[in-house]
Write a protein that binds this ligand. Sequence first.
Ligand code: SAM
Length: 262
Amino acid sequence: MRLDVVSIFPEYLSPLDLSLIGKARRDGLLDLRVHDLRDFAHDRHQSVDDTPYGGGAGMVMKPQPWAEALAHVAGSDDGGAAVAGSDDPAPARPRLIVPGPGGVPFSQALARELAGEPWLAFACGRYEGIDERVYEHAAQDLGLEVTVVSLGDYVLNGGEVAVLAIVEAVARLLPGVIGNAESLVEESHEDGLLEYPVYTKPSSWESASGVRRDVPPVLLSGDHGRIAAWRHQQRLERTAARRPDLLHASQAMPGAAATGAL
Ligand code: SAM
């Protein structure tokens, strides 16, 4: 999969060199390119923002640097070359993801959808956001599918943190990125339920305060049927307690709210 990120703080994306995502890049599964928006601003100060029409606080990102940056990314040099980790030639255009608090909420379902795309480009806004005409230009003139994606109902200073989250959630779904693909199957949000509680050794652990806590005995029983049933019940109870909206949304678990969740 190919990923292009445009930002005025390219170094903000450096964590994508670490851990499993960094390894996926080194293994050639991810071709991730970070671009500095200021390289496309040609005035003396390489300015990328200006005051808002209509007044108001803050600054707005100017259309010209964004138009040039997106044209560079979308039409870039090797746009027809093979995408890393795929036998298919790259599509002519990336799908453009613009992080923003007014976008569609990011979710596991959207992460799965994006993981099916061969090429994603991200436009990281700052200040009060990007001039609205850039969205129209990207869709109408550059022919890009543009999706505004929100990380949640709060306001960040810029799109970079959202891109880190989105790239990590998407990339870990790509074949070969996570060592044990089975670990993806039962995770929270895959089927509308949260994951069950997990434990490791020792089976009986005493904290510094002198309280001893044991692993639920069923997990030591070796009875896979009972363990699976216990875990499923735990998923229902945890989801009912912490995220009842998920149960209501999916209606996948009739009676789940009546499981005596804590
Ligand atoms: N004035 C904008 C508004 O009220 O919708 C907020 C701009 S915010 C200060 C600057 C940038 O941070 C946005 O352009 C976007 O890139 C990013 N951002 C802020 N909150 C976000 C969120 N919840 N999800 C994704 N990106 C966000």
